[in-house]
Design a protein around this ligand. Structure first.
Ligand code: RNT
Ligand code: ZN
Length: 425
């Protein structure tokens, strides 16, 4: 029997099992196809960017590992992303940072500081994305810069430093809006600001007041939500900001509600036993939307490659159950230089897609009925049974119909790409 026939037959058998519990696997797949994942470009080059400054990564971020093959320029990064997209079912997005600007022009490399970035510096990315029907999302970069060396940017005491970063924020919104306008899909521009103290601060209020002032200046101009959306991301702590982060969860929850901005929830930015699943229904009524940075925290690190964990599965379930997929933007955020970076992307993105598939194959109505009737025994029993239904046959079929390798076959392609391309860098 050919591989294709095997997958088709297994899918038919699996569909019957799902039909028994009132779930249509084909409907689940068509919904899965509409979930685009915003793929973070910074996994491909260890968050270095192409500014060519010899500035160390900062802002409390750290990438560990030295697997060969890091993308060193825009062409290499795009080629790696293309490889990744060829291994992912569905249509997706690319999430860029300001440090990935192309400022070289035809005359060779020219340094353009972050307050002077313009849409033109991202025209190459926009062309590339347009040709491949990819949406773009964007991020100002408030780290790895001389004006961020002392750990403060938008909340800095010095007005000049703050002003520089305000201009950077404004420039990034202009760039994001242009991406959204040209590509015809709103660009989510996400602000993450690492400002914070390593040790006990005395004045906790001042930096937060200054951050509010700076953000209000950045957001002064209204942008059409059909092309651009502002988002804000909190963090519990970073390396070097263990005692205090200006942009904490409570701070941005308040700010996003007050100014009606999208709130970004990064799954690695909370206490180790705290997950973002329960936050979705709590926050969604109060803000225009949510951005998810799906990541995996391990001890001090908030950025391991995402896997199909209970945490990710329950997050996907909550997103699907919320019925608000149109207001929830799904992105990834991790960086691991200890394994093949292309594989890292594929593992993380496919894990998230599988989690969404599991969620879409759930007999939610039945589970809700049991819950309403107080039958918590039945609820727990069926949630457990759900885990061993033949969803992987549905996944393989999804890969087959999307013309991407099913099961473990993608790995052979990444290994081949590594031998042909990555190891030659
Ligand atoms: C950092 C935040 C942020 C960054 C990227 C590079 O802790 O998660 O999203 O990872 O912006
Ligand atoms: Zn993040």
């Amino acid at each position: 029997m050919s591989n294709t026939t095997m997958i088709e037959r297994a899918f038919e058998a699996a569909s019957l099992r799902f039909r028994e519990i009132g779930v249509d696997a084909k409907v689940a797949l068509s919904k899965l196809e509409s979930i685009s994942i915003s793929l973070h470009c910074w996994q491909g080059d260890d968050v270095r960017g192409f500014e060519g400054l010899d500035e160390e990564l900062s802002g409390g971020l750290a990438v560990t590992g030295n697997h060969p093959g890091r993308a060193r320029n825009v062409d290499e990064l795009r080629s790696d992303l293309e490889k990744v997209f060829s291994l992912l079912p569905g249509q997706h997005r690319v999430n860029l940072h300001a440090i990935y600007a192309e400022t070289g022009g035809e005359t060779g490399s020219r340094f353009v500081d972050r307050d002077e970035l313009e849409p033109a510096h991202f025209a190459g990315w926009v062309d590339w994305a347009g040709q491949r029907q990819l949406g773009l999302d964007f991020n100002p970069s408030y780290f790895a810069h001389e004006k961020a060396r002392d750990g403060f940017t938008l909340s800095h005491e010095d007005e000049g430093v703050r002003g520089f970063w305000v201009e950077h924020g404004r420039a990034c919104r202009r760039i994001g809006a242009e991406m959204g306008r040209v590509l015809g899909t709103p660009c989510v521009t996400n602000f993450w600001i690492p400002d914070g103290h390593k040790d006990l601060p005395v004045d906790r209020r001042g930096p937060r007041e200054r951050l509010t002032e700076s953000l209000d200046l950045i957001f002064a101009r209204n942008l059409d939500p059909a092309i651009h959306l502002d988002s804000l991301e909190s963090k519990l702590f970073g390396i070097g900001s263990e005692s205090y982060v200006v942009g904490s969860h409570e701070y941005y929850l308040g700010y996003a509600m007050a100014r009606q901005k999208i709130l970004c929830l990064d799954s690695g930015h909370f206490h180790p036993t705290e997950t973002i699943t329960d936050k979705i229904s709590a926050v969604l009524p109060w803000v225009p939307g949510l951005l998810l940075h799906i990541s995996r925290g391990v001890r001090w690190d908030s950025d391991h490659v995402v896997i199909l964990s209970d945490e990710v599965t329950s997050l996907a379930q909550e997103v699907v159950r919320s019925g608000a997929l149109d207001r929830i933007h799904v992105g990834l955020d991790f960086f691991d230089a200890s394994i093949n970076r292309v594989a890292g992307w594929v593992i993380g993105a496919r894990a998230v897609q599988k989690a969404f598939l599991l969620a879409l194959l759930e007999p939610t109505k039945e589970l809700c009925r049991l819950e309403r009737e107080g039958d918590f025994t039945g609820r727990l029993a069926l949630l457990e049974e759900q885990k061993s239904l033949p969803w992987s046959a549905v996944w393989d079929f999804f890969c087959l119909t999307n013309n991407v390798p099913h099961g473990r076959q993608w790995l052979a392609e990444v290994r081949d790409y590594e031998a042909r391309v990555l190891l030659k860098r």
